[in-house]
Write a protein that binds this ligand. Sequence first.
Ligand SMILES: Nc1ncnc2c1ncn2[C@@H]1O[C@H](COP(=O)(O)OP(=O)(O)OP(=O)(O)O)[C@@H](O)[C@H]1O
Length: 596
Amino acid sequence: MKHLRHLNKYFYKYKWWIIPGIIFVVISNIFGVIPAQVIGYAFDLITENIQIYMLFNGFNRQQIIYDIFSNSLLYFGLLVIALYLLRGLFLFFMRQTIILMSRHIEFDMKNDIYNHYQELSLGFYRRNNTGDLMARATEDVNRVRMYVGPAIMYTANTLVLSVLIIYSMFDVNTRLAIYCLAPLPLLVIIIYYVNTVIFKKSGKIQERLSELSSFVQERFSGIRIIKSYVREDYTRTMFEIQSNEYKKDSMSLVKVSALFYPTMLLLIGLSTILTIYIGGIQVMNGSITAGNIAEFIIYINQLTFPVTMLGWVTSLIQRAAASQKRINEFLEISSDIQSTNETEREINGNIVFKKVNFTYPDTGIQALKDVSFEINSGEFVAIIGKTGSGKSTLANLIMRMYDVEQGEIDIDGSNIKGLNLKNYRSQIGFVPQEVFLFSDTIKNNIAFGLDQTTDEEVHLAAKNASVYSNIMDFEERFETMLGERGITLSGGQKQRVSIARALIKSPKILIFDDCLSAVDTKTEEEILQNLGKIMHGKTSILIAHRISTIKNADKILVLDNGSIIEQGTHNELLNLNGTYTELYNNQLLEEESRSI
Ligand SMILES: Nc1ncnc2c1ncn2[C@@H]1O[C@H](COP(=O)(O)OP(=O)(O)OP(=O)(O)O)[C@@H](O)[C@H]1O
């Protein structure tokens, strides 16, 4: 329950919704209890008037008595209708305040969680899977909403109604009230017990359902593999097994729920029988009237609903507490990367690594060892090395996706940790190794990094990334939708759209992480030429595997197993006759053998 304390700030924010809401609960219940008294009164009136009517049998006055009697009955009928209408009106106000407040809180919570997620570092996203992140921001928030809305509303309703009814019952007759209420504690215990069972079973069903949907989602994403390996039958059997588990759990829940209502009706029936029996005796004794019995029967029936709700509300609160605990776990995590400086400034693009060591915290893999180098502003620097040698890690550290473990990275002479991170990153253009495009138009994908762009800027970026003519070949050109709802670009086209997205920013530092691998050599040359023009005077870092791509670089860093083993220009490195030369010769040999 302590986890739900986190919600107090929202209750405070929406206090002018919840306070009137509770007042409406009280008023609506008052209008709900009064009709029972009116009906009881009307009942007594009927019995008395029938007797009087009989007394005047054969007299002219009998008709007058009949008229008075029927008019007063009509009056009571109208009064009951008016009272119920008023109750309805206040119930409407109650829902309009409390349930509406819960929707506002849900909205605020989703925004808070989303904003917090965005602040967290890449390390956090490595440790937690996307499904879990999504579940906490949607399903868990929804469960908490059920607490801040319906659970609170029904708890208030149950409390107020029970107090009013029990008070009214004792006010009429203590003995009858005790007999009438006697089966209720048993009812509460049974409902509580059954609800706990239902709660556990539905939790299990929920888990099964999410397993089933992850299974289906994954299999349909990988449908190409399933078809090419002809594993359709096997996959169907797997699906059937999981589906069957879900069915079994659902059926066991149905059994429990099926028992629930008959038991409840049995106990309510018992209360009614006791009321009529004990009440009948009391009427004969003359201590109560027949109208009181009618009043009591209405009270019992009115209590049924709130008592049933009691169990449901308890399980809602339990669920909400569990969900809020999960939400809090993530909200309490603060980003490993902190940026306290608010000053914005333009960078020149001078990058210095001083004895940088870096180990990925989640895997413990040491990706960089004692790395030192300097990139002057405006330089075109290439990084080459075997797979897993630490090239992408280096790019990640330049963007401060992670903080170094030992050593220091300086940008324009000051430690990267002291920079305003958002302002710094906004001046970097990054093209990742694994291209990611949003399910949106090509235009919006290219313009992604900027708040405002013109069509000319988008077209120019596409031209510089050598993807313009491809885009113009599509029927809807730059308005072409990508992703699940649109067309699928080829690997090379995707890479170039991703390059255009970085170029449109006119970044001060441009980082290409092996993003020319799916482009043919001619297009690659074209892109590099454009890059030379755009990035003139700005820093460019190019991670590549092909020496042909990088031989014109001002500086080449050769990485091996997390360390820089050679650095210099193409010619300087060839003169060293080391790893770079070996790589160069191998690639020359490969090209020659391909051309034969
Ligand atoms: N996010 C990560 N979390 C944990 N370990 C990682 C992560 N990214 C990379 N590694 C590990 O760090 C090492 C260096 O990886 P990195 O991606 O920097 O290599 P790379 O030179 O870019 O390789 P490639 O050329 O194949 O892209 C590898 O051993 C890799 O397994």
